[in-house]
Ligand binder design. Structure first.
Ligand code: ADP
Ligand code: MG
Length: 250
């Protein structure tokens, strides 16, 4: 299934007042890609994800998923197509365990809820344990989520996002606030989800050094505009990108 266009964005624009947060952005992803949008704080990365997932309405331009025009669809309809966005802390129930949170995400996807006729413990047990194994949370399955470390909470948010069985995953700064070691672990997990589960993944990052070695293609956003695109090596060698990261260009 690799190689076909899963996402296509055409001349996307979004302003907040007089500020252009997204400026004529064209972007395409093929199935199986693992790529990153990078750029300093305020570059427009989160806005781009908000437009792709229906959380903001576009001013102009189009978004296509597998050839279907999904521009300005509401978030729940976009999610149902197999597009998910991770690290939305609101999905977590802090008083429940890691296992219970993950199982709830899977049950929601299957449109099943706990009821009187199926013993609760048996519902989706196998899928839940498998998913926790994949994301490396098995040893914390019975921990109350409020007690998880910051890194493990982020990992749980990713686990919950995967409960909906997505094909296209957007991760908005998945390593924000993490230590160096947690960052590497999280990026290795993202890499495995791409390689072993076949998920097409786009993530954002403000620190250019984090993405090297993980993303195959980088797109640099600056003031809402794509100013460079290519392999990590190409972007690293790009003068304009260097200037922006060295702070020589506001
Ligand atoms: P990034 O994620 O790259 O840090 P954002 O997409 O969050 O950048 O922001 C891009 C620009 O748009 C910033 O100048 C930010 O202040 C502005 N912006 C983002 N969301 C809103 C909003 N809801 N209302 C007004 N301005 C916004
Ligand atoms: Mg952001």
């Amino acid at each position: 299934m690799s190689g076909e266009a899963i996402l296509k964005v055409v001349r996307l624009n979004k302003s907040f007042g007089g500020l252009k947060a997204t400026n004529d952005v064209d972007y395409e992803m093929t199935t199986g890609e693992l790529s990153a949008i990078i750029g300093p704080n305020g570059a427009g990365k989160s806005t781009f994800f908000n437009l792709l997932t229906g959380y903001h309405k576009v001013d102009s331009g189009e978004v296509y998923y597998k050839g279907k025009d999904i521009t300005n669809w509401p978030p729940h309809k976009i999610a149902r197509l197999g597009i998910t966005r991770a690290f939305q802390i609101s999905n977590i129930y802090p008083a429940l365990t890691t296992y219970e949170n993950t199982r709830q995400a899977i049950l929601t996807e299957q449109n099943r809820t706990l009821n009187f006729f199926t013993p609760a413990e048996r519902l989706a047990k196998k899928e839940t344990l498998e998913l926790l194994e994949i994301t490396g949370l098995s040893q914390h399955a019975n921990m109350i989520v409020g007690n998880l470390s910051q890194g493990d909470k982020k990992r749980l948010e990713l686990t919950i996002a995967l409960g909906s069985k997505p094909q296209l995953v957007f991760l908005d700064e998945p390593t924000a606030g993490m230590s160096g070691e947690e960052t590497r672990e999280t990026m290795r997990l993202v890499q495995r989800l791409n390689q072993e589960m076949g998920l097409t993944i786009l993530f954002t990052e403000h620190d250019m050094s984090v993405v090297f070695g993980y993303a195959r293609r980088l797109t640099v956003l600056h003031q809402g505009t794509i100013i460079a695109e290519g392999t990590p090596e190409e972007v690293r060698a790009n003068e304009r990108a260097q200037k922006i990261y060295l702070g020589e260009e506001a």
